[in-house]
Design a protein around this ligand. Structure first.
Ligand SMILES: O=C(O)CCC(=O)C(=O)O
Ligand SMILES: [Fe+2]
Length: 211
């Protein structure tokens, strides 16, 4: 590894503070805003683009296999196997920059995580369709924290019954926490936007069941 970014040497790095709940009912979504300075976010983006074992994701839809445009990677405390969208991944061992960011995120949102699914969207033509993260391998009701690096993107929630929508914008270096009953009652997506030409990377920290 060429260098280690020492987050905790820079006392200005943690900018965010307690956040408000964006959802009107049936869940909790806290947006902490930017928790990394622009320069620290840019360094981590470059470092993770190089060091993460990016792979195009596979999804089985109506029995047919599709290769997704976005790239993903799966890391964790153990070789957790994660099945979603008809495919299965085995977690790789943490690398230092991921552990640094995990520690920062845990400190910020006062929750612990044991795995991270990373998503890389090369530009605004790539996104993620409506879904919820409620796989049985995840600890039921555990929070999911998402750290964004790179291009600012819109993120949307839709209530499964009322269809009510809530939109927010995920800034470079920002942290979002989905908690409580959010995954039971709300779908979320990253809509495409043809105006965006720059990449965005998200680190979604999760809690896998240990049994
Ligand atoms: O890229 C994002 O911020 C969202 C990703 C997401 O919803 C997921 O990985 O389940
Ligand atoms: Fe998700």
């Amino acid at each position: 590894m060429p260098h280690t970014l020492d987050l905790f040497a820079d006392s200005t790095t943690v900018i965010g503070n307690a956040a408000d709940n964006y959802l009107p009912c049936d869940g909790e979504v806290y947006y902490y805003g930017k928790i990394l300075t622009a320069s620290t976010a840019a360094q981590y983006l470059q470092c993770l683009l190089q060091q993460i074992a990016w792979q195009h994701d596979r999804a089985v839809i109506y029995g047919r296999e599709h290769i997704t445009a976005r790239q993903v990677a799966w890391y964790g405390d153990q070789a957790f196997s994660y099945r979603y969208s008809g495919t299965e991944k085995v977690a790789l061992a943490w690398i230092t920059p991921l552990l640094e960011l995990k520690q920062l995120v845990e400190q910020q949102c006062q929750s612990q995580f044991n795995a991270c699914l990373l998503n890389l969207y090369a530009n605004g033509s790539q996104g993620m369709a409506w879904h919820r993260d409620a796989e049985t391998q995840l600890q039921a009701g555990a929070a999911i924290a998402s750290l964004s690096l790179g291009a600012e993107r819109k993120f949307s929630f839709k209530h499964r019954l009322s269809q009510q929508k809530v939109d927010l914008y995920l800034e470079n270096g920002s942290l979002l926490l989905m908690a409580g009953a959010t995954q039971q009652h709300w779908l979320h997506r990253l809509p495409p936007s043809q105006k965006i030409s720059q990449p965005r990377l998200s680190l979604t920290f999760r809690c896998m069941r240990l049994d």
